[in-house]
Design a protein. Structure first.
Length: 394
């Protein structure tokens, strides 16, 4: 009776164990399928991201500039210091103590104007002594002429008195000239640039007292390479800017061209003249441009768009979102602007920034320059503010 019961119990245990095993296998199989599904989704996402990354690498961001027509000039540029051709060093023509200064630095003076006075007392007394000598000899000569008419003196004696009188008169004139030198006068018209003495100073003969500069006409001397010799002519316009007066431009012209080229430096001298005044002063550092040709309707691009390597000049042009290398012929170059003589059409978009990462046929993406983005942002902020105020009012 116990054996059938034990067999039935064993069968129930085996059946329960088998059911548990099947249930565990089913759960394990479901987890595996879920993992495989997750792997497939991850692969699909990775493939999508890889494709997007590939597209981003192929599209190179660049900035562009449109080829436009504008006036452009050809010029030679150089630097030089302004000089005053009319300059004089005023010196003392006699020695003595300075009694009075009648001009100071910065004063405008005219030729012949008295600038300072030296003590004239000693020279004035010498003039009086010489005058007395002349008067005495003049009386002696007049008396000798009367005696000569009566044949009471010889002709030789009368002539000797005449020679002494002429010598005394010359000495008198020399002393008067010395007296006039006690007034120091301006030899030219201009501006007092420097005063070297003070009242009470003892000045010697030919000692410098003032320096006068005529700043009505200023010059700048350029040493120009000899290759420019055939392009420059006397009278050509010249434009100058000075560091001391930023934002201002001064007009002048070529006054003289040296006909000789210096063999050592390979340059020749070009003298440019400018009208004085207008805050221009001798010694200022000028940046000078000599304009020797000009075109009013030239096709131009920024100089940064040029590719000047590989034996030819070219630009990258954006066509159908791709960079196309186009050989061009360059004409005048003026600062940051270059003239394109051939190879480019008006309105074509040339790449100015990002050229390093671009090759012929590269897919490019034109981005808005930073300045334009800032301008657009500045315009958008007031608009958003107005919208917010309108919503608050509602």
């Amino acid at each position: 009776m116990n054996l059938p019961r034990q067999s039935l119990f064993l069968r129930l245990c085996l059946l329960s164990l088998l059911s548990t095993t099947l249930l565990l296998s089913a759960c394990k199989g479901g987890d595996g399928a879920g993992e495989e599904g997750s792997k497939d989704e991850a692969k699909a996402e990775d493939g999508k991201d890889g494709k997007q990354d590939k597209d981003k690498v192929e599209s190179v961001p660049v900035e562009i500039a449109v080829a436009t027509r504008r006036p452009i000039s050809a010029s030679y540029t150089g630097t030089a210091n302004l000089e005053a051709p009319g300059e004089a060093q005023v010196v003392a023509k006699t020695s003595g103590v300075v009694l009075q200064m009648l001009a100071e630095e910065g004063d405008a003076v005219r030729a012949g104007q008295v600038l300072a006075r030296i003590d004239p007392e000693k020279t004035r007394l010498e003039v009086q002594r010489q005058q007395a000598t002349v008067n005495k000899l003049a009386n002696n000569y007049r008396r000798s002429q009367e005696l000569l008419a009566q044949k009471l003196v010889s002709t030789e004696a009368s002539d000797q008195i005449r020679y002494d009188l002429e010598s005394a008169r010359a000495s008198l004139e020399l002393t008067k000239l010395e007296l006039s030198y006690t007034n120091i006068t301006a030899p030219i018209s201009g501006v007092i640039a420097q005063r070297m003495v003070k009242p009470g100073n003892l000045v010697g003969l030919n000692a410098p007292v003032f320096r006068i500069v005529d700043n009505s006409r200023l010059e700048a001397v350029l040493n120009v390479p000899e290759r420019e010799l055939g392009k420059l002519r006397v009278g050509m316009p010249v434009r100058m800017g000075v560091d001391a007066l930023t934002g201002r431009s001064f007009e002048g012209s070529i006054d003289r061209l040296s006909p000789v080229v210096d063999a050592g430096s390979g340059t020749f001298r070009v003298v440019c003249t400018f009208k004085g005044g207008e805050n221009l002063s001798p010694g200022m550092f000028g940046r000078i441009a000599i304009i020797y040709d000009q075109r009013d309707n030239a096709l131009t691009v920024p100089r940064t768009a040029l590719l000047e390597g590989e034996g030819e000049t070219a630009v990258y042009v954006v066509r159908e979102n791709k960079a196309v290398r186009v050989p061009v012929q360059v004409g005048f170059i003026n600062g940051e602007i270059a003239e394109i003589v051939s190879g480019l059409r008006e309105g074509e978009r040339t790449i100015t920034a990002g050229k390093v990462a671009v090759r012929d046929g590269t897919l490019v993406e034109v981005i808005q320059p930073q300045a334009a983005v800032a301008t657009a942002t500045a315009k958008a902020v007031p608009a958003k503010k107005a919208d917010a105020e309108a919503q608050d009012a509602n």
